[in-house]
Write a protein that binds this ligand. Structure first.
Ligand SMILES: [Zn+2]
Ligand SMILES: [Zn+2]
Length: 309
């Protein structure tokens, strides 16, 4: 069964597609950190036999001002990248791009919100022993502090900052110190907390904007409840403040929120309930403009995201 991919959205004049690198299983306790299990198990999906929950690997393909931009590159497809999942379930980004008619050569800019292994795996590809950039014509946009940390891992970060995702692109970098305009519509912006150099991608067009969250959360309950800081965050209190500020800005503006680790396609809006609580609402993709009267394979109606019901 083909995994879902290619869901389209629009922010002002910028159209983008959510391309899918599959599903990533991760330890639920590590995700929810200090939050007691009796609280998170009410909202989390069922654990597998290794106490893990499924995370989406939603990447974005965006065109702006003549540039083809890929935000995030998933777990990748090199030996070791797939973490024991089958190739049909994980590491599907290139297949997803091909389904949209996009070749790796066409990507002008790759953006990594940070360099944990589940966000930059397809930065590089393996041909036997030889590692090469997967996107041969792309510049790779990365926060400079993140690049420093990733290329000098410590005993805690060594398992996720992998030289095989980084070394082959070392001469293709655009390192950002602070905010960087990739185009006037696509802004790479610091959002520290998950890591010191962690960044988001803000898309602005006309009166509308939206934000790709990177790893600001792994489950939407963490977006709704700001004290629910992920156990994976290296600066938890900074992370909480960053998230609180951004979520409130998104609620105020009705901004579109693009969520890497949410269930596919992971696009929604943050709203506020009458009681004053923050609440995630799924947003359905645009309808197929070239539909040929045969849309039964595409279930686009998830008005309130009941996948955990
Ligand atoms: Zn991360
Ligand atoms: Zn992640």
């Amino acid at each position: 069964m083909a995994i879902p991919s290619g869901a389209r959205y629009r922010i002002g004049g910028v159209e983008f597609a959510v391309v899918n690198d599959g599903t990533y299983m991760y330890d639920a306790g590590a995700i929810f950190g200090v939050v007691p299990r009796v609280m998170w198990e009410r909202v989390a999906p069922p654990l597998d036999d290794r106490y893990r929950i499924p995370l989406g690997l939603n990447c974005l393909l965006l065109r702006s001002r003549g540039k083809t931009i890929l935000i995030e590159t998933g777990v990748g497809g090199k030996p070791g990248d797939r973490d024991a999942a089958t190739p049909a379930e994980q590491g599907t980004l290139l297949t997803s791009l091909a389904a949209l008619g996009v070749t790796p050569e066409e990507i002008d800019v790759v953006v990594n919100t940070h360099l944990h292994a589940d966000h930059c795996g397809w930065n590089t590809s393996a041909d036997g022993e030889l590692l090469t950039p997967t996107f041969p014509n792309a510049t790779y946009v990365i926060n400079s502090a993140e690049w420093q940390d990733a290329t000098h891992p410590n005993e805690r970060t060594r398992a996720t900052y992998l030289a095989r995702n980084l070394d082959p692109i070392a001469d293709r970098l655009t390192l950002a110190d602070g905010e960087l305009a990739i185009t006037d519509e696509v802004i790479f912006a610091p959002a520290p907390g998950h890591t010191e150099g962690h960044s988001t991608v803000v898309v602005r067009s006309g009166q509308e904007w939206g934000v790709y969250l990177g790893d600001m959360a792994q489950h939407r309950a963490q977006l709704e409840r700001t004290p629910w800081v992920s156990g994976l965050d290296v600066l938890p209190l900074v992370s909480m403040e960053t998230k609180k500020r951004l979520m409130d800005e998104c609620i105020e503006a009705g901004a579109l929120v693009m969520f890497c680790h949410g269930p596919y396609p992971g696009v929604g809006r943050m709203t506020r309930t009458p009681e004053g609580f923050r609440k995630w609402e799924d947003v359905a993709p645009l309808a197929h403009e070239h539909a040929e009267g045969d849309d039964h394979a595409h279930s686009h109606s998830h008005p309130h995201g009941q996948e955990h019901a």
